[in-house]
Design a protein around this ligand. Structure first.
Ligand SMILES: CC(C)(COP(=O)(O)OP(=O)(O)OC[C@H]1O[C@@H](n2cnc3c(N)ncnc32)[C@H](O)[C@@H]1OP(=O)(O)O)[C@@H](O)C(=O)NCCC(=O)NCCS
Length: 163
């Protein structure tokens, strides 16, 4: 359903507009200059940022990062979609596609993802891909309200990936 391709500077305005939507900002936060934040992600050599396309339109982004220590090798992922296309299975499809690519092209065997414990839509989507909850990361991240909020560590082994 979706096509993933490396994001470029040409994608910054549309991705910044999606990140600015309150439904995305609630979970992804970001400072006053979201375009600058996305440009910084594009320049980050440790991060791979992919645009998610559907019907010839950019509908969001998915990123991954590899743990550099070979004895703890795994990839972590994160995703956001335009709220206008939510709930249509595109998020699950994008995460599954990314995981499949990282297994086939990079030989990754394990993936992690760490949504806010309160982000039930994301947790449900990740579970549909095959991610399992590992445990609650207590007071893991600071919200815009200045308080610490729990996260949920989830992991996926290559064999867990659903079709
Ligand atoms: C998380 C996200 C990527 C999921 O993508 P999506 O395309 O909406 O998800 P899917 O349509 O593939 O749905 C997967 C499951 O999520 C659940 N879901 C999707 N949107 C939901 C919503 N608004 N409320 C509750 N559950 C929701 C559905 O129950 C669905 O399961 P079902 O088909 O069995 O009902 C997307 O909602 C998003 O970008 N959210 C905002 C940013 C964010 O939270 N990113 C994750 C940070 S860790």
């Amino acid at each position: 359903m979706v096509t993933l391709r490396p994001a470029t500077v040409a994608d910054v305005p549309v991705l910044a507009a999606i990140r600015a939507d309150p439904e995305v900002r609630r979970w992804w936060r970001g400072g006053d200059d979201l375009a600058e934040s996305i440009r910084a992600d594009l320049d980050d050599a440790d991060l791979a940022l992919y645009a998610i396309e559907h019907d010839d339109r950019v509908i969001g982004a998915i990123q991954w990062h590899a743990e550099p220590d070979p004895d703890y090798r795994h990839a972590s992922m994160d995703i956001f979609l335009d709220p206008a296309v939510r709930g249509a299975g595109l998020g699950v499809d994008a995460i599954r596609t990314m995981a499949r690519y990282l297994i086939d092209e990079y030989g990754h065997h394990r993936f992690t993802i760490d949504p806010a414990a309160a982000n039930s839509a994301a947790i449900r989507a990740y579970a549909k891909v095959g991610f399992r909850p590992v445990g609650v990361l207590r007071r893991y991240e600071r919200g815009e309200d200045g308080r610490w909020h729990d996260g949920l560590l989830m992991d996926l082994l290559a064999d867990d990936l659903t079709d």
